[in-house]
Design a protein around this ligand. Structure first.
Ligand code: AMP
Length: 280
């Protein structure tokens, strides 16, 4: 595997090849990330992975400085997956000067849910992803459904800018107890790690309650959201949101004629913020 940090060097390395299958990450790789590498291989050759902890998408009081960085272990994992190039730019490679041009997703999708609780997050994500796409010029790129809203925003960005590439969604990989794998899980204490699967359990319970209700109105759904939130609070969580939304646009379901739904959740356990979701 070639490890490249410089954009020009990356371009020379990829010249004359088929357009890559690309997996952007922030490193500290786990089985979730590796499942994306495998899916990338199925969709095209060569596979390019990137590791870049993107300062632009972190708020001033977020965990940019403490975000886990494990480059040597990550390299060993990517070697095993048969990745052709690891693009690991330094900050001066990707942002040699302040990144003043930025991509802002539409308010109705970018400023809700994660966008509400992490202002500027999706601007940072879209900007870096667009720049990485410009560096790698892939034919396909893989994104995890773990970050459900992010996947939707990137898909729509690619569509609206008519980028000549396809976004492929990947299913969420979980620990045996149901906790979605995440680099931030390593911040959890032993007790918190034991509690953490309760987030997904709560979503499963909520899903069952929605199915049991059958036809229902938005007020009933709101009441169910609140009930689950209260259960989590009683267990020591600090939920940002538990939201039942339409899969197609992440807006609140507007009628009883039920379109496919998804439950999205973000909650803090101690100092660690976890997100998860469940399609209905
Ligand atoms: P990150 O390094 O957290 O920015 O994630 C890089 C990519 O891996 C994103 O597309 C994530 O959605 C995806 N990802 C993260 N965790 C998981 C998981 N548990 N299962 C599947 N994909 C994941």
């Amino acid at each position: 595997m070639k490890i490249i940090s410089d954009i020009q060097e990356l371009r020379s390395q990829l010249r004359g090849q088929n357009r890559a299958s690309f997996v952007p990450t922030m490193g500290n790789l786990h089985e979730g990330h590796l499942s994306l590498m495998r899916l990338a291989r199925l969709h095209g050759d060569p596979v390019v992975a990137s590791i870049f902890v993107n300062r632009l998408q972190f708020g001033p009081n977020e965990d940019f400085d403490t975000y886990p960085r494990t480059m040597d272990a990550d390299i060993a994992k990517l070697e095993k997956e048969g990745v052709y190039v690891l693009f690991a730019p330094r900050e001066k490679d990707l942002y040699p000067e302040p990144q003043e041009y930025r991509i802002k997703p539409p308010q109705q999708l970018g400023d809700i849910l994660e966008g509400e609780f992490r202002p500027g997050f999706f601007i940072g994500v879209c900007t870096v992803v667009m720049k990485l796409f410009s560096c790698v010029q892939p034919s396909v790129s893989i994104f995890g459904k773990k970050d459900y809203q992010q996947l939707m925003i990137i898909r729509q960005m690619v569509q609206q800018f008519a980028l000549p590439m396809e976004i492929i969604p990947a299913e969420t990989i979980r620990a045996a107890d149901g906790l979605a794998l995440s680099s931030r899980n390593s911040f959890l204490s032993q007790d918190e790690r034991a509690e953490a699967p309760q987030l997904q359990n709560a979503l499963q319970d909520l899903r069952q309650q929605i199915l049991d209700l059958g036809a229902c109105n938005p007020q009933q759904l709101l009441a169910l959201e609140k009930k689950v939130k209260d259960v989590l609070i009683a267990r020591g969580w600090q939920p940002d949101y538990i939201a039942i939304r339409q899969q197609k646009d992440l807006l609140t379901p507007s009628d009883i004629e039920r379109a496919p739904l998804v439950i999205l959740a973000a909650a803090k356990l101690g100092k660690t913020r976890l997100i998860d979701n469940l399609e209905i």
